[in-house]
Ligand binder design. Structure first.
Ligand SMILES: Nc1nc2c(ncn2[C@@H]2O[C@H](COP(=O)(O)OP(=O)(O)OP(=O)(O)O)[C@@H](O)[C@H]2O)c(=O)[nH]1
Ligand SMILES: [Mg+2]
Length: 232
């Protein structure tokens, strides 16, 4: 099983400088076999950084996080993809957990920020609008699309792995931040094996978010409706 670690970046240099050196070299214990970056048009030196480190980069002709997923599926030869955002949110120590779950026959593996034993970046505050909104999206996905398997607690989290076989079945199309939500809803529809484990979400270590809450939330509502209608 060849697992490719896909680094997703758009203007992430300050974070990348902190996070990249913490990534173990590929190998049997690292949890992945190959590393490729998919970049959405960085202009801040992210590309030079990858070049300096000898990391292969796939560019995007269209902006968008979903677009990066679609390019990975199209251009990278692997048996599974592990998507990783090097901004400090995602725990590198989880890599082997993804590998284990993929090797055990799961189609989609999600690091959950909502399960018992997990931590969400908003858990440091009492007011958690993003977490609450995400839980509404979780509930909708489970109510309308889940036919088998356990309740999916973090249907939108980006920190996830999917097999190539599953990605082919799902024929994903979202080019924006709703790609993961579309992936989870479709995996439910197709009754694929979804596995979650608890993760500790860290704080973004530098830079700024590219996903503004309100417009992104509206896109999620639209995505849910289009999945309900069975659109491409
Ligand atoms: N390849 C690619 N990556 C992108 C694109 N847009 C955003 N990203 C990356 O996707 C990851 C997640 O984006 P963020 O802006 O951190 O969104 P978020 O994690 O919801 O927000 P934070 O709480 O600020 O971390 C980051 O690593 C971004 O660099 C894009 O168009 N293409
Ligand atoms: Mg982030």
């Amino acid at each position: 099983m060849k697992i490719t670690l896909c680094l997703l970046t758009r203007n992430e240099l300050p974070c990348l400088k902190i996070i990249f050196p913490q990534i173990p070299a590929p190998g049997p214990d690292a949890g992945y076999d190959e590393i490729v970056a998919i970049d959405g048009g960085s202009t801040d030196g992210t590309l030079d950084y990858f070049k300096e480190k000898g990391i292969q980069v796939l560019g995007q002709s269209k902006r968008g996080r979903g677009e990066a997923f679609l390019i990975a599926f199209e251009k990278i030869q692997a048996d599974a993809y592990l998507f990783f955002s090097p901004d400090g949110n995602e725990a590198i120590s989880d890599f082997p957990k993804f590998k284990k779950a993929i090797n055990e026959g799961n189609d989609l593996v999600i690091a959950s920020r909502m399960m018992k034993g997990s931590f969400n970046e908003e858990d440091i505050h009492w007011f958690k609008p993003r977490k609450w909104a995400n839980n509404v999206f979780n509930l909708l996905a489970n109510l309308f699309f889940r036919k088998t398997g356990p309740y999916v607690t973090d249907s939108i989290n980006g920190y996830r792995a999917i097999t190539t076989k599953a990605a082919k079945i799902l024929k994903l199309s979202a080019s924006d931040y709703t790609i993961e939500y579309q992936m989870t809803m479709r995996a439910m529809k197709h009754q694929l094996r979804i596995y979650e484990f608890p993760t500790i979400e860290g704080q973004r270590v530098a830079g700024e978010t590219g996903a503004q809450s309100i417009p992104t939330g509206i896109r999620f509502i639209k995505r849910f409706i289009s999945e309900l209608q069975g659109k491409d």
